[in-house]
Design a protein around this ligand. Structure first.
Ligand SMILES: C[S@@+](CC[C@H](N)C(=O)[O-])C[C@H]1O[C@@H](n2cnc3c(N)ncnc32)[C@H](O)[C@@H]1O
Length: 439
């Protein structure tokens, strides 16, 4: 029942590389030359184990070593402890085998059997926030925010954030007619998929199959994209032939979906302050056969004249804002260890700045769409409230108006105003989208 030694070793290397460099687990695995030559299935197993190790690090460090965690251990020993702990937690290793494997290499013992401790262990000498943080392997600042925002549902949210993320694709409607055509093409290649619930373009893939080795990928028939982002693009709803400014385009996940939503007509201007990401976007545009996208670098405090002119004429300005990423911790587990109260304050300041700048150029009738993959009200509703309090010319466009009554309500907050997706309710990443219209 043990995960193979090759998988454990590669996962340990990935966790150690993450701990030393701060790079994401995904990036360190992608950069591993030996793994690049391995099968897609093996890479997927390594990725799953390393992701689980980083996801559950806070919980497992507490269970193995108390409140001081594994601080006394070297980076390789800590990485090994976390990977073996994740393998014990998912049932792949027996605690005594993990203890023996750890002792054989590091000549010290760790109580892997303690990983099955009952929930009461987390509450020992701890405030409710600290007990929640230990149990759900989240930082204490997030435990406090989640308990405040979600009350009795906070545990369900945190549990969902610790589950593996589904593998979700977006059918690229610039290449395939509809999702069904992609489903049939993948089925012919022996790949089973399931239609997703909320986005008409989304489908889930079970198992470890190497999707990037398929003919469908080579001809640009799909992109990997969480369902939440696909629903968000449907809600941005660019008008046929319209103009969209994608202000924080990154390497283009939403840009490509917007280009497809416009059926290659109209215009998308994709901007970002990060040149490397924009380069990645240019490469993705070619494969996806998107012809209606221009790309431009912008400064944090300064947009070139053509970008300002485009913004002033745009039908939609999308701000897919830099954020805590708390909603996507399933895919980016290192986020749990990277954000703190100080970095969160900086992110909020950037969000306010982006909103103010975009609102200042938004023409009457046009829509400002503000998105985050955050679960925190302070990055979401609070930012919109602050902007609308300062700018009375903006009105909220309700999600039920944009997406239709029953469907809109199924993906909106209790008032039907904002798009609010949650991993525990919708199975996709946590996501927020507000739409504002200039009167
Ligand atoms: C959430 S990511 C965007 C993800 C992307 N839209 C996608 O769908 O793949 C946020 C992006 O905002 C960019 N960013 C940060 N500060 C910015 C600013 N002041 N102006 C424009 N972009 C900014 C970051 O470089 C990052 O690429």
């Amino acid at each position: 029942m043990n995960a193979g030694p090759q998988v454990v070793r590669a996962a340990v290397d990935a966790v150690v590389a993450w701990a030393r460099s701060g790079r994401s687990v995904r990036d360190v695995i992608a950069a591993n030359v030996a793994l690049r030559q391995a099968s897609g299935a093996l890479r997927a197993q390594v990725s799953a184990l390393a992701t689980a190790a980083v996801t559950l690090a806070i919980r497992h460090e507490f269970l193995l070593a108390g409140d001081d965690g594994l601080r006394g251990l070297s980076a390789p020993a800590r990485g090994e402890a976390l990977v073996l702990a994740a393998a014990v937690a998912n049932g792949a290793w027996a605690p005594e085998d993990a203890a023996a494997a750890f002792a054989a290499v590091h000549r010290s013992t760790l109580p892997f059997a303690a990983l099955t401790a009952p929930a009461a262990a987390f509450a020992l000498n701890a405030s409710p926030e600290r007990a929640f943080a230990r149990e759900h392997s989240v930082p204490e600042w997030f435990a406090t925010a989640a308990l405040q925002a979600f009350g009795e549902q906070a545990a369900a949210v945190a549990r969902a954030l610790s589950q593996p993320a589904p593998r979700t694709l977006r059918a690229n409607l610039l290449v395939v007619r509809d999702r069904a055509e992609l489903v049939a093409e993948l089925a012919a290649a022996g790949i089973a998929t399931r239609a997703a619930t909320y986005a008409a373009t989304a489908l889930h893939v079970d198992g470890d199959v190497d999707l990037f080795a398929t003919g469908a990928y080579a001809r640009g028939a799909f992109e990997q994209q969480d369902e939440a982002s696909q629903v968000a693009v449907a809600a941005v709803a660019p008008p046929p032939g319209g103009k969209v400014l994608d202000l924080c385009a990154g390497n283009g996940g939403k840009t490509l979906a917007l280009a497809a939503a416009l059926r290659n007509r109209g215009q998308v201007l994709a901007t970002d302050v990060h040149l490397g990401r924009l380069q990645g976007l240019r490469e993705r545009l070619r494969r996806a056969r998107a012809d209606n996208v221009q790309v431009a670098a912008i400064g944090e405090h300064d947009w070139p004249e053509p970008v300002r002119t485009f913004a002033a004429n745009a039908d939609r300005i999308l701000i897919d804002a830099p954020c805590s990423g708390t909603g996507s911790w399933r895919r980016r587990p290192e986020g749990r260890h990277a954000i703190d109260a100080v970095s969160l304050r900086k992110l909020v300041a950037t969000q306010d700045d982006l909103l103010r700048r975009a609102a200042a150029v938004l023409r009457p009738g046009a829509r400002l769409c503000y998105a985050t993959c955050s679960l925190l009200p302070t990055e979401n509703e609070a930012r919109i409230d602050a902007l609308c309090a300062a700018d009375s010319g903006l009105e909220r466009v309700r999600m039920v108006e944009v997406l239709g009554g029953a469907f809109g309500r199924s993906v909106a907050d209790a008032t039907g105003t904002f798009l609010v997706l949650r991993p525990d309710r919708h199975g996709c990443d946590g996501f927020f989208l507000a739409i504002l219209r200039r009167r």
